[in-house]
Design a protein around this ligand. Structure first.
Ligand SMILES: Cc1cc2nc3c(=O)[nH]c(=O)nc-3n(C[C@H](O)[C@H](O)[C@H](O)COP(=O)(O)OP(=O)(O)OC[C@H]3O[C@@H](n4cnc5c(N)ncnc54)[C@H](O)[C@@H]3O)c2cc1C
Length: 416
């Protein structure tokens, strides 16, 4: 026997950035919402912790921006691009605070804390938040069903709509017949650390040296999220008992000032080291159907190297919430604008991610020579840096020429 819940408008499955922000928005707009999150409490599962200004704008529209502020979000003001082909003193720094009026620079934040605050906000607005929801099973249709288990008890909800937001595991998507084509360009690892007292806290770093593409995203008070991307062939490099120490030690890099001592000699782990294939996912069937809509990574995502997954997830959620709070038509056709905008957006993000990955996540002498030449091209003609704008402004605001084969061919032809 299942406990049956009635009168529910929307069930959101997955309480990450996409799902928790959606539950908060829909509940604040008076809908009856149940949010199902499989974790008992929010943990550091190593997700994105750097959000672009255009993603923060989406959070503002959804009304969840306070979760970032209260959750300890830290404004990043400058971006320095280091590289083995450039002496540390010559690395360029970009002011990141001026791209999106009314927002400021990107933010770096503890992901799980912000998700937790969004879920709390949803609950305060009247949503039912079920932490530790297990075996959520969704059936699509004009009368969709969601079954799950909580504390040993089976539950059944027949809402008007289900939002699938389970991330790259695509649990809901698979249940309703949406499969993903995938491609993996490289692997990556992420670790949150403290102790970086000598690192300039308003400067984010990215760079490539040997067979590593590294990133440092400061979060204030000596805390930072570190990432390293590396070739798929080396995917075992940080496994095992000493993996975490090797990961931190790999921040000893000739291209950083003082060989990166502020990181490798000081970093203390604050969470787990997670290793992952940096996968791009492309849905092979429609992500909207009777009674179910997919958002966030569950709907397909670009390679994480671009750093736009959070912004995308919030935009998906915003678009879906606008439909659900904007009128009574929740049929698949009501989401046409969401689907069209998402298609356009993802094409641009996949295109941009491919360029960034080719430029910064390929390794060896040829790739280094390519980076050296592209850097010279960019210094000569600022328009060649257009792909980098994707981190700052939404894809529709990036000039069209940045997404042409001609542009990509020209960028790399100069370099081969
Ligand atoms: C290592 C890494 C680094 C990244 N770096 C960045 C970055 O710097 N900037 C950026 O913008 N993006 C980045 N991204 C991408 C970004 O993290 C994702 O795009 C974003 O987290 C997607 O949010 P989501 O809510 O769709 O999915 P998720 O964050 O994956 O959240 C899904 C939630 O659903 C829950 N869940 C899963 N299955 C079930 C189930 N069956 N039932 C109930 N709950 C379930 C999970 O516990 C989780 O809470 C990164 C991703 C990774 C993996």
């Amino acid at each position: 026997m299942s406990v049956e819940h009635t009168g529910v408008d929307v069930v959101v499955v997955g309480g990450g950035i996409a799902g928790a922000s959606g539950a908060a928005n829909l509940a604040a707009n008076g809908l009856s919402v149940v949010l199902l999150e499989k974790q008992e409490t929010y943990q550091d599962i190593v997700r994105g912790e750097w959000i672009a200004p255009w993603g923060l704008r989406e959070a503002q529209i959804l009304g969840v921006e306070d979760a970032f502020g209260v959750g300890g979000a830290w404004e990043i003001r400058e971006w320095t691009q280091w590289d083995e082909t450039v002496a540390p003193a010559e690395a360029e720094t970009v002011d990141m605070t001026r791209f999106v009026p009314g927002v400021g620079g990107p933010m770096s934040f503890p992901h799980h804390t912000v998700c937790e605050l969004m879920a709390e906000q949803a609950e305060e607005s009247g949503a039912t938040v079920v932490m530790g929801a297990q075996r959520a099973t969704v059936t699509a249709g004009l009368h969709p069903e969601v079954r799950y288990t909580h504390q040993g008890e089976d539950h059944l909800i027949r809402p008007r709509m289900v939002i699938g937001a389970t991330g790259r595991g695509c649990t809901v998507g698979r249940q309703v017949g949406v499969s993903m084509a995938t491609s993996v360009h490289h692997w990556g690892g992420g670790l949150r650390v403290s102790g970086l007292d000598d690192w300039p806290m308003d400067v984010q770093a990215m760079g490539t040296e040997d067979d590593k593409m590294f990133m440092v995203f400061p979060q204030g008070d000596g805390v930072a999220r570190l990432y390293i991307n590396f070739p798929t062939a080396n995917r075992e490099r940080y496994r095992g008992a000493e993996g975490m120490s090797r990961f931190i030690a790999d921040f000893e890099l000739a291209c950083l000032p003082d060989r990166g001592k502020a990181v490798y000699a000081a970093a203390e782990p604050l969470g787990p080291l997670k290793l992952w294939p940096s996968v791009a996912m492309f849905p092979e069937q429609p992500i909207v159907m009777d009674g179910v809509v997919l958002v966030g990574d569950e709907a397909g995502n670009a390679d994480t190297v671009l750093g736009t997954g959070l912004s995308c997830s919030l935009r998906d959620t915003r678009a879906v919430c606008e439909v659900l709070t904007g009128g009574d038509d929740w049929s698949p056709g009501a989401f046409d604008a969401y689907l069209a905008e998402r298609k356009f957006r993802m094409e641009r993000l996949h295109f941009g991610a491919d360029i960034i990955a080719k430029l910064h996540c390929e390794f060896g002498p040829e790739a280094a020579a390519r980076r050296r030449r592209v850097r010279a091209l960019m210094a000569d003609n600022f328009a060649a840096s257009v792909t980098g704008l994707l981190n700052m402004v939404p894809p529709e605001d990036v000039p069209d020429f940045g997404f042409s084969e001609f542009f990509a061919e020209r960028l790399f032809r100069e370099t081969v």
